[in-house]
Ligand binder design. Structure first.
Ligand code: NAD
Length: 482
């Protein structure tokens, strides 16, 4: 085991959970227990929120420079600890090391550095006399206590995406990691303890319904920011309405990939190696619904079959497995869910081009899978599968392709593959998704907003736009004339 009896982090101290129960944390590549953490309960939420509320009184009065300096120190400490974080993220999330490295370096460390800088750039519009003798100005004030709730697929990255803007804007935060993957967020809290006053950053553990729900209900939480499933987003929004707190939701995706006849097929298929299979497909922006022009359907299937069969699947941390590209799914339940979608597509007449099964090994692995001949209304097209899988549909004209791409509830990310600039511009305008890539799929950057349209939620992570969520505007009018 990595560590035993890990507690929660409240008011700058490690504290036992109020109910003293524990939960085992498992490595999904082996099914073995790697740590035991506090199970967490509702009473912990009360203690964490009260600590965050008390800390807000002074943290909200710090200058942008002070917050920026502390954030920069925090980012440097996280960077110095990155090898340990990478190892925890790999063992707890079943992530290949190259992926854990990418997430820690490019999204956790870079994200925190970005917010260290951005803390000094939060601004309102310039002052002006909109009424004679009265000057109006805009302040952007912090909100208070932010509750950040994160899922299991990017535990450290999403913890940084909630902590960064909260603290940079002068809020305090209570973070709740996912039940199964708390280790990296707890390590991050440990590093934060050395940089921030007690209570600015708190971490509680526990079940979504009980502990997450208590955060949604709590009258002293000013905003709740959730990255998770649609079901959780709806439940949190419903519960949060009782106290009218601000709600920020980053929910599931179901990304279409529109491939026009003039697309560079080699570039596309090489990109799908990561675009579809990165993190075993457990990515809210994963390239899952391939919508390909009829004239290149056969060529595409040949190329994508051969690419999928060359992807290296295995336990990322087993000796000699440095080249593993796809690790296990996060749990037995998640693997059963993916298999269920495939079985029901097969029963509906879909064709498995490759994969479609789980290897007979320990751990929750599933083979990279391509499913052809699906229909728009099939569950495997309409729902977010969250596994190493792509479906393939065909089209003959541009309008149909765009209708198919937009024809799902979700609207997080999409990509368009063409050499025709006009077509790329038209498609990017029509697609109802928060991110549209052209001849690319997957990369995000700290400077650009990330978030959904439609049932993928509302609000944005990252970029300077995030401060529209994490601050309140205030109009101050000063009378200085008659
Ligand atoms: P989930 O919704 O089951 O859980 C996410 C978090 O919410 C966990 O911490 C969980 O404990 C908590 N939770 C569950 N029920 C709750 C409730 N009633 N009240 C408050 N909190 C509750 O999601 P998951 O299965 O852990 O993660 C996968 C989902 O996350 C996928 O749908 C994926 O697309 C989505 N996701 C979205 C983004 C994005 O940026 N839009 C990024 C990553 C993952």
């Amino acid at each position: 085991m990595l560590r035993d009896d890990i507690n929660i982090f409240i008011n700058g101290r490690w504290t036992p959970s109020a109910d003293r129960a524990t939960r085992d944390v498992v490595n999904p590549a082996t099914g073995k227990i790697i740590a035991r953490v506090a199970a967490g309960c509702r009473a912990d939420v009360d203690a964490a929120v009260s600590s965050a509320k008390a800390a807000f009184e002074s943290w909200s009065l710090t200058t942008p420079r002070e917050r920026s300096e502390r954030m920069a120190e925090f980012a440097a400490k996280v960077q110095a600890a990155k090898e340990d974080l990478i190892r925890h993220e790999a063992i707890n999330g079943g992530k290949p090391l190259f992926g854990a490295r990418w997430e820690i370096e490019d999204f956790v460390v870079d994200g925190l550095k970005f917010f260290a800088g951005a803390a000094r750039m939060i601004e309102g519009i310039a002052s002006a006399d909109y009424l004679k003798g009265r000057t109006s100005s805009i302040r952007r004030d912090p909100l208070g206590v932010v509750a950040g709730i994160v899922p299991w697929n990017y535990p450290a990255e999403l913890a940084a995406w909630k902590i960064g803007p909260s603290v940079a804007a002068g809020n305090t935060i209570v973070l709740k990691p996912s039940e199964g993957t708390p280790l990296s967020a707890l390590m991050i809290a440990d590093l934060a303890a050395e940089c921030f006053p007690p209570g600015v950053i708190n971490v509680v553990l526990g079940d979504g319904g009980e502990v997450g729900g208590a955060l949604a209900d709590h009258p002293d939480v000013a905003m709740i920011s959730v990255t998770g499933s649609e079901r959780t987003g709806k439940e949190v929004a419903r519960r949060a309405s009782a106290t009218l707190k601000r709600v920020h939701l980053e929910l599931g995706g179901n990304a279409p990939v529109i491939v026009f006849a003039d697309a560079d097929l080699t570039l596309l298929v090489n990109t799908l190696r990561m675009g579809t299979y990165y993190n075993a497909g457990q990515d809210c922006t994963a390239a899952t619904r391939i919508i390909v022009h009829e004239s290149i359907h056969g060529n595409f299937l040949d190329a994508v079959k051969s690419m999928s069969e060359s992807v290296i699947v295995g336990d990322p941390l087993a000796p000699g497995n440095e080249k593993v590209e796809v690790g296990p799914l996060a749990s037995a339940a998640q693997r059963a869910r993916v298999a269920g979608f495939v079985e029901s597509a097969k029963a509906g007449g879909a064709r498995i081009i490759t994969g479609g099964s789980a290897p007979d090994t320990p751990g929750y692995f599933y083979a990279p899978t391509v499913v052809d001949g699906v229909s728009q209304n099939d569950d495997i097209v309409q729902e977010e599968v969250f596994g190493p899988l792509m479906t393939v549909q065909t089209f003959t004209n541009e309008d149909t392709a765009l209708l198919m791409a937009n024809g799902v509830r979700q609207g997080l990310a999409a990509s368009v593959w063409t050499r025709d600039l006009g077509r790329a511009m038209r498609a990017s305008g029509w697609l109802r998704f928060g991110t549209v890539w052209v001849n690319e799929h997957l990369p995000l950057v700290s400077e650009m907003p990330h978030g959904g349209h439609k049932s993928s939620g509302y609000g944005r992570d990252m970029s300077k736009y995030v401060f529209e969520e994490y601050t309140n505007t205030k109009h101050v009018m000063i009378r200085h004339g008659g």
